[in-house]
Design a protein around this ligand. Structure first.
Ligand code: ATP
Length: 234
């Protein structure tokens, strides 16, 4: 479904991605692991066309989207839930959800909002409240709900567990599993390597903008380099 090859990106003189390739198959959860500053967020931003001057090729659903603008990529179903949620705190929950549909050419119907509210009862109860009053977990659900309003085929999530309690983290991961079971392909960036490997079928480890290990998540869970550096085991 997604096939990226030779991705390269930089912030001025700082190389943040250097020749990274990855694939996400239809219906799969794929994970990107790595320490702070490894280039994980930059990878997602590059896939979405948010890194000026980026190199490499991105194919999505059989089409080369490397030259397309970000809204055009979103319209094709490649959607990002950004790190730190980035909900608009001064707007209501419902206004935030409607923002997610903004790149679409059609107007979302009430049934679509109802479907989101059916899934997230906390958001339904707070639909007319400012997003700024929501808890961190609720804001994460809102960010995911907002992404769903764009009708994603592949949802990319950047550190969805960041700052959340273990209980809320479990809820977010249960939601990711549910969306995947309904057919959504997922690309997950996550610092908690164990959580990410358990939730995914395929994974890639980045260090300083380069791939160091890639393979099935089951194999990476047993890989000595991964265990030593990311899973706290020798
Ligand atoms: P984190 O988990 O901390 O977000 P990451 O793996 O997502 O880490 P990136 O945010 O992609 O890493 O950063 C990759 C490299 O690019 C790092 O060296 C970082 O300092 C640098 N970088 C990221 N954003 C910027 C920016 N806006 N300006 C300059 N350098 C940046």
């Amino acid at each position: 479904m997604l096939e990226a090859t030779g991705l390269a990106a930089a912030y001025g003189p700082v190389k943040a991605l250097d020749g990274v390739s990855l694939t996400v198959a239809q219906g799969e959860v794929a994970a990107v692991l790595g320490a702070n500053g490894a280039g994980k967020s930059t990878l997602l931003r590059t896939l979405l066309g948010l890194m000026p001057g980026a190199g490499g090729t991105v194919r999505f659903c059989g089409e080369d989207i490397s030259k397309l603008s970000t809204p055009e990529r979103v319209r094709r179903g490649l959607v990002l839930v950004p790190e730190g949620r980035r909900v608009l705190t001064g707007l209501t929950v419902e206004e935030n959800l409607l923002m997610g549909a903004y790149p679409r050419r059609d107007t979302p119907g009430a049934a679509e909002l109802d479907a989101i509210y059916g899934r997230f009862s906390n958001l339904a109860a707070r639909r007319h409240m400012k997003a700024g009053v929501l808890s961190g977990g609720e804001q994460q659900m809102l960010a995911i709900g907002r992404a769903m309003m764009a009708r994603p085929k592949l949802m990319m999530l950047d550190e969805p567990s960041l700052g959340l309690s273990p209980r809320l983290t479990s809820e977010v991961f249960a939601l990711i599993a549910a969306l995947n079971a309904e057919g959504m392909s997922i690309l997950l960036v996550e610092q908690n390597a164990l959580l990410a490997l358990e939730a995914s079928q395929r994974a890639l480890v980045l260090e300083l903008g380069r791939e160091v290990v890639a393979g099935t998540s089951a194999a990476l869970l047993k890989d000595d380099r991964v265990r030593g550096a990311y899973l706290g085991a020798a």
